[in-house]
Design a protein around this ligand. Structure first.
Ligand code: GCU
Length: 392
């Protein structure tokens, strides 16, 4: 394996100009939201699909939710907890997905919701006992701190999650056991078929969580957000870019091929990520490993694909691998797209000090002190941002 050098010196990060999201490849400049939506946005979405993330499979022909359990006095009576098994069937086969879902008991009107994929299995997201172990994951290191379910319930939000490995086991040969087996014969599910990516499989999972949430009368379908950390933060942005039912997206420490700019050489790079995690991306991305400045997009355009819906980008001070400044710069640059919709994003802002969020119209950013993780402090900022952007 070649040695990919990693830079942490800001003065060597490079100063490549960003491509403008508004310039059409065929010439001309987009100047209205309608032109953006009808002409430019589909071009950018297609480029991201082809080069960086692959295509998210459609909703399968059959999706049947089975309620495996319901506890109406979960979390000491604060919440209703459900485990739902989605039985899905596509043209080439079947797959099932287990979802852990909490709803607040104390709110008498439809609530907002957070949907997100988890790393370590559903049982690892809560302190409560009796959650079914995730089928495709053995070690269940506790990650309750990443979900803060009691805090979200107290704030009046519902939360639904499922495990990444139940969608696409997170390894080079995971494709064979992934959701793609519903859509492709086994002969197309080998490690070499990189067009069927893990990130699009996980994003597919976000949309299935949304399908479930939006049918529940206790939930306000206009206020369902997608949230993700790290590789699942990349996923959350891609899911929201493709599924306009999401009210907004939160990318926590999503880094390279997430919120962070591709053209900066700081922390993880496309050369490194495609070498380590080839199953996350189409093979087309490898061609840009040494030449990220040749990409027809940068990550501010991924955020812009979600506009005018709000996007919150979160970084952590010690998470240099994810390039906090690169995440901020792309969140800020997305302002050129939000402006078409009459909001400025965070265009006038400078890289902020830790714990000092810059929350604009449509785009928000903050830097948390600490490591690559999701903490109660993160959720405090997330809830603040969601509340301020809520228009319904
Ligand atoms: C690795 C990877 C990152 C990713 C992270 C995670 O560090 O290099 O790109 O975001 O794992 O998902 O935790």
């Amino acid at each position: 394996m070649s040695e990919v050098a990693i830079n942490y010196d800001e003065s060597l990060a490079g100063d490549h100009p960003l491509p403008s999201a508004l310039l059409r490849p065929t010439g001309g400049r987009v100047s209205s939201a309608v032109e953006w939506y009808n002409r430019r946005r589909p071009e950018i979405l297609a480029d991201f699909e082809r080069i960086m993330y692959g295509k998210i499979p459609p909703r399968p022909e059959t999706v049947r939710p089975e309620r495996l359990s319901e506890v109406t006095d979960a979390l000491g009576g604060k919440a209703t907890r459900r485990e739902i098994r989605l039985h899905m069937e596509g043209p080439c086969g079947v797959h099932f997905l287990d979802i852990l879902w909490y709803l607040p008991n104390h709110v008498n009107k439809p609530v907002g919701a957070i949907a997100g994929i988890n790393f370590q299995g559903n049982a690892a997201c809560t302190d409560e006992d009796g959650i079914r172990p995730t089928v495709n994951f053995k070690s269940e290191a506790p990650q309750q701190h990443r979900w803060q379910i009691p805090m979200l319930i107290d704030a009046g939000f519902s939360v639904a999650t499922c495990c990444r490995n139940d969608l696409f086991p997170d390894r080079a040969d995971g494709r064979a056991e992934s959701i793609y087996k519903m859509f492709h014969p086994a002969s197309e599910l080998g490690a070499a078929n990189r067009d069927l990516t893990a990130i699009s499989a996980w994003a597919f999972g976000c949309s299935r969580l949304l399908d479930l949430l939006e049918t529940e009368p206790r939930i306000d379908a206009r206020r369902i957000w997608v949230h993700g950390h790290s590789r699942l933060g990349k996923t959350a942005l891609w899911a929201a870019a493709n599924d306009s039912r999401f009210a907004g997206a939160v990318s926590n420490d999503s880094g390279c091929c997430g919120a962070a700019l591709d053209r900066r050489d700081f922390g993880e790079t496309i050369a490194k990520i495609t070498e380590t995690f080839p199953w996350w991306f189409p093979a087309a991305l490898d061609a840009y490993a040494e030449t990220p400045a040749a990409l027809p997009f940068d990550q501010h355009m991924l955020i812009g694909l979600i506009a005018p819906r709000p996007v919150l980008v979160a970084s952590a001070t010690e998470d240099l691998w994810a390039d906090p400044r690169g995440e901020f710069l792309s969140a800020r640059a997305a302002g050129e797209i939000y402006r078409l919709f009459g909001s400025d994003g965070i265009s006038g802002c400078e890289f902020p000090a830790p714990e000092t969020p810059v929350f604009g119209d449509g785009v928000g950013y903050y830097l948390r002190t600490g490591k690559h993780d999701v903490t109660a402090t993160d959720w405090k900022f997330v809830l603040e941002f969601i509340r301020r952007t809520m228009t319904v």
